[in-house]
Structures are given as structure tokens and as C-alpha cells.
Write a protein that binds this ligand. Structure first.
Ligand SMILES: Nc1nc2c(ncn2[C@@H]2O[C@H](COP(=O)(O)OP(=O)(O)OP(=O)(O)O)[C@@H](O)[C@H]2O)c(=O)[nH]1
Ligand SMILES: [Mg+2]
Length: 549
């Protein structure tokens, strides 16, 4: 039956009025504004100055007219301020000024428009504060999140949650930690608390885990260790078994905090934080992009409930997942909080920004080669590198490699070539960065007051070849070498002329070459010799010759 147009529009208007009613019935704490133009947009960490200016004028609700030729200022190019940013040694003293934007107090706000205006105002104030901090000091900030819509989503998650779990990548926890988030959640409601979950604990050994637990204890923050990947990989049937070897060795020691939590332990620990017996208790998962917020939720659910990706910025809208009738989890999109980082390359190698956003491949690879010794690359990729001497002491053994050398040699070895026949360094850089971000080349940062050299030591793995495999590989290599090394052979010319003799080109009446060819053929292919058949036929003819007469 075909529905009439009138029925459809009646249905639509009923749905619309219902939706309006439900919005107006919401409690004041659940009122949120959303800039329709911003929904579904990407996270913005870097803007051109014009984009930035335009977005700020839009938020400030101001209109500008262009003025030509009146405001021209000549900038001396020799005095250019665009030099590479550096981290200030005195940067830590400003860490208490690295704030996240606050949502305006809802009391006394009567309309959504007014709330939106105040949110924009607060956001602009916050941007000005950070800009002022950068201008007046030598502090260089992380390219932090500049899309207000993402901050609105964080505000929403904070208001819904009873506790916040700040998820940090265990390889470099302080880069991902925002002390101000802890402060802000208490400002919203003094009953709310913040926990630290060091995810990707599978990258750390026992001593490293202990160092970080000691550090967070010393600053009075509750810290838990978890590995979403290990928990996901654990088969459902073996759910009761401990996961890693280290965890198996320590399975009897319940009090050992260096053992990463089992997903059931994590769930019960979160439930135990519910001191007010609120049902359901809501936990917000927040943090930088790519730290494993969604993976942790999937590990807790034992199924893939939310999407996960190795590319940062996968979750774009917050989602609510019900674990059971006592516990609900909120998955928040990843946000880059303001922090002190030397440059954008640092964010890329730490997996916070997508590798595709890379502009200067050498700067990004420098961030890796300055930490990882050349021997690690050599053993991992089976290449030989020319090392540079980083140490001013002339006699010291060079252990590091320059980005150009690494990219060139690695590019050659993988066959990444440009059309001009040169190694494709940008393609090589992307593969190397991927290996670093995904932990195939693992580098872990020490907490303050722990010596980095002692904390993280590289062990160069032999290339997983046992003795027999190594022999086979050597023989193969030798054969390839011998096959290719034609100049070393003494019979090189003879072979060549032999080949032309055997070429068998068809020349009319050239019996010599054909006879030669036949003889050669008979020598190499005996099944082509039909002489014996001819003999047999002649013999038969002789035997039966009387019948022919
Ligand atoms: N080694 C290891 N990798 C992990 C672990 N947890 C997550 N990952 C990997 O980290 C990457 C990012 O995981 P996600 O769960 O998408 O991270 P997210 O925090 O939700 O990221 P956004 O949605 O972009 O904010 C994926 O490639 C995961 O496989 C872990 O415990 N160990
Ligand atoms: Mg996610």
C-alpha cells in the first residue's frame, strides 16, 4: 500500500515535537550545545593563521572589513622567528598553566543560545591565555586540540561520569598526562575522581613498571597497569589463565602491582570505586588519541564493541557502553591536551598525530634516530649503516645513524625508488615511523629522577635464524652472488660465442648449421633420435619383399 504524503508529514511532525519535548525535559546538567557546522569535523591540531583568525572571529561573533594598504608592516627576513621550536629547560615551571578549557557554570543560563555564547567566550579566553603564555615566555606548546566540538564532547563525558579514567601510553606516560584534568573534574563535582590507567604495559618490563608506579605514588595519583592487547588476544576459553610469561610467573602474588590487571580485575576495581552505591556507576575513558581507550573497552567487553585503529583519531563521537547493570563506560574521542613538547615530530613518533600529517620526514626520523642506536635498525632490517659520531670524544665508537643514511639504505633494501631512480625517502620514512609507533622498535621513557640510560637498554636481537637456517641463507646468498658476478668467470666469452653458434637461426640452404644443430640436439635430447625406427622399417621391407611381387 502506498502511504499518502499527508501521513508521512504528520509522522515527521510528531517525531519532531517528541524530540523537542524530550530536549526541554532534560535536567540542566545535561544541557549541551552543539555547533551544527562542526559536527563530524576532524580534530584540528594545526591551523594556518588565517584559518585560526577566521574561526576565532566566528566564535567571537565579530565581523571584519578588509583594509588595504594601511596596515602593511615590512618584516625583515633575517629576523625571521620561524626557527625550529625547542623545549624550554624552564618549561616545567609553567606546567600548572597548561589548562584545559572550562565549561561555563550552568546556573542562571536560561537558553541554549546564551550557553553557546558563553562556551565560545570561555574557549576564546582559554586560547588567548595559551597564546599569551607562548608569547611572554620561551615555552613551546603541543599543537593542542583546536576544534571546540571535541572539547564539548569531553565536557559531556566529564558531566556524565562518576569517575574518569585517564588512559596513558605506558611508553611515555608524562607526555599523555594532564594534571589539570584531575583538577577540573573536582571543580565540576568534588565527589568525582580521576584514575590513571597505564595501558600498553606489555611494552614495559617489571623494573620499568615499578619505576612508574613509584612515580605516580610520589605525586599522589592512583595508577593501574593494563594491557588491552594482551587481554584481547587471550582466548575466551583460557580466560582464567594469566596472560604474559611475567604475569604467569607472578600469578601467586596477588599484591604485586607490577602485574598488569586482568580485565575482570579492572571491572571489579572500577565498581569498587562506587562509594555512593549509584546504579549504574559511570566511568569515562579519556586521554590522548591512540592510547587505547576503545581497545580497553573492547577488552572489558570481550567483544569488539567500539572501533579501534592504529591511526589516531578513530573515535569521533563519545559512545556509552553498558558493561552490566552496575557499570557503564563512556568512550571519549581522543584529545590533544596542551603540553610541553619540543615539536610536532615528537607527537607523530608518539602516535598522537597521524603519520600522514608529516611534512618534514627528516625531522620525524631524527626524533627516532637520536634515541635508537644504529645496530637496532641493522639487526631488524638486515642492513648495514654508516654510523655517525654523536659523542664529542673522538675515540668513542659511533652508534647513531643520520636520518638521510637510514632512509636511503632502508629505501634501497625495500626497493622503494622514485621515478628518477633514487631511494624514495618519504615512503621509507612512513614505514619506519609505523614500526616505531606500533612498538616493533620499542623505546620507553623513564620517569623523572630515573636515569634514561639505565631505564631503557636496547637488546639487539639476532635475526631469528637458527644455525641450520643461517647455513641455508648463506648458501642461497652465495649462489646469487656467483650467478650475478659474471666478470669473475674465466669462461665468460666462450659461453657467449657458444650461445650464438647454438642459436639455430633459420638460413636457407645452410645445411652445416642445421646438421650441427641436429647433432647438438641429439646429444642433449636422445628421444629425438628416430634413426632406429628407419632401420626397423627397412628390415621389415626386406622380410616381406616376396609379398610385393
Ligand atoms: N601493544 C599494545 N597495543 C595496544 C594496546 N591497546 C591498544 N593498542 C593499539 O593501539 C592502537 C590504538 O588503539 P585504540 O583503542 O583505537 O585507541 P583510542 O585511544 O581509542 O584512539 P582514538 O579513538 O583515536 O582516540 C591500536 O592499534 C591498538 O591495537 C596494548 O595494550 N598494547
Ligand atoms: Mg577510540
Amino acid at each position: 500500500m502506498v502511504k499518502s504524503q499527508a501521513n508521512i508529514s504528520l509522522g515527521r511532525s510528531l517525531i519532531k515535537s517528541q524530540r523537542n519535548q524530550s530536549t526541554s525535559n532534560q535536567s540542566s546538567s545535561e544541557r549541551h550545545t552543539q555547533d551544527d557546522g562542526l559536527v563530524g569535523q576532524k580534530s584540528i591540531t594545526e591551523n594556518t593563521s588565517l584559518d585560526d583568525f577566521l574561526s576565532q572571529t566566528r566564535l567571537a561573533n565579530k565581523k571584519f572589513t578588509a583594509e588595504q594598504a594601511t596596515n602593511i608592516r615590512i618584516v625583515n627576513s633575517s629576523n625571521n622567528e620561524c626557527s625550529a621550536p625547542t623545549t624550554s629547560s624552564s618549561g616545567e615551571q609553567f606546567s600548572d598553566q597548561l589548562l584545559i578549557p572550562r565549561r561555563p557554570q550552568l546556573a542562571g543560563i536560561d537558553s541554549a543560545e546564551r550557553l553557546k555564547e558563553l562556551e565560545n567566550e570561555n574557549y576564546l579566553k582559554w586560547r588567548r591565555h595559551l597564546a599569551h603564555l607562548q608569547e611572554t615566555t620561551d615555552v613551546v606548546l603541543t599543537p593542542f586540540e583546536k576544534n571546540l566540538e571535541f572539547w564539548r564532547q569531553l565536557w559531556r563525558v566529564i558531566e556524565r561520569s562518576d569517575i574518569l579514567v585517564q588512559i596513558l601510553d605506558a611508553r611515555n606516560p608524562l607526555l599523555f598526562y594532564s594534571a589539570d584534568l584531575d583538577k577540573y573534574i573536582r571543580e565540576v563535582n568534588p565527589e568525582k575522581r580521576c584514575l590513571i590507567l597505564l595501558n600498553k604495559a606489555d611494552y614495559l618490563n617489571r623494573e620499568q613498571r615499578q619505576h612508574w608506579l613509584n612515580y605516580f605514588d610520589s605525586i599522589g595519583v592512583k595508577c593501574l597497569l593494563f594491557s588491552a592487547l594482551e587481554q584481547q588476544e587471550q582466548p575466551v576459553a583460557d580466560a582464567d589463565a594469566p596472560t604474559t610469561l611475567m604475569d604467569r610467573l607472578q600469578m601467586n602474588d596477588d599484591d604485586d602491582r607490577t602485574v598488569s590487571l586482568d580485565y575482570r580485575q579492572l571491572i571489579s576495581l572500577l565498581k569498587s570505586e562506587n562509594h555512593t552505591e549509584k546504579q549504574p556507576f559511570t566511568v569515562g575513558m579519556v586521554g590522548f588519541p591512540n592510547v587505547g581507550k576503545s581497545s580497553t573497552i573492547n577488552a572489558m567487553m570481550r567483544v569488539k564493541k567500539v572501533s579501534v585503529s592504529a591511526t589516531p583519531g578513530k573515535t569521533k563521537h563519545f559512545q556509552t557502553i553498558i558493561i552490566d547493570d552496575q557499570l557503564t563506560i563512556c568512550d571519549c574521542p581522543g584529545l590533544v591536551f596542551p603540553n610541553l613538547v619540543s615539536n610536532k615530530a615528537e607527537l607523530i613518533v608518539n602516535g598522537i598525530l597521524p603519520i600522514d600529517q608529516i611534512k618534514d620526514v627528516f625531522m620525524a626520523i631524527e626524533a627516532i634516530t637520536s634515541k635508537v642506536p644504529a645496530a637496532v635498525f641493522e639487526s631488524m632490517y638486515g642492513i648495514m649503516l654508516n654510523k655517525t659520531n654523536d659523542n664529542p670524544d673522538e675515540d668513542s665508537i659511533p652508534i647513531y645513524v643520520s636520518p638521510l643514511e637510514l632512509l636511503t639504505v632502508y629505501g634501497y633494501s625495500r626497493g622503494f625508488m622514485t621515478q628518477r631512480g633514487l631511494p624514495d625517502t618519504s615512503k621509507a620514512a612512513k614505514y619506519l615511523l609505523k614500526d616505531f609507533v606500533q612498538g616493533r622498535i620499542c623505546y620507553c621513557y623513564a620517569p623523572p629522577n630515573v636515569d634514561q640510560q639505565q631505564y631503557h637498554q636496547f637488546t639487539v636481537a639476532d635475526r631469528n635464524l637458527d644455525h641450520r637456517d643461517q647455513k641455508i641463507a648463506d648458501r642461497k646468498l652465495q649462489r646469487v652472488y656467483e650467478g650475478n658476478n659474471l666478470l669473475a668467470r674465466t669462461d665468460f666469452d666462450e659461453d657467449f660465442f657458444q650461445q650464438t653458434k647454438m642459436s639455430g637461426a633459420h638460413v636457407k640452404n645452410n645445411n652445416i648449421s642445421r646438421t650441427n644443430e641436429n647433432q647438438d640436439n641429439l646429444a642433449t635430447k636422445p628421444w629425438k633420435n628416430h634413426q632406429h625406427k628407419r632401420n626397423r622399417k627397412q628390415k621389415l621391407r626386406r622380410v616381406y619383399s616376396h609379398l610385393d611381387q
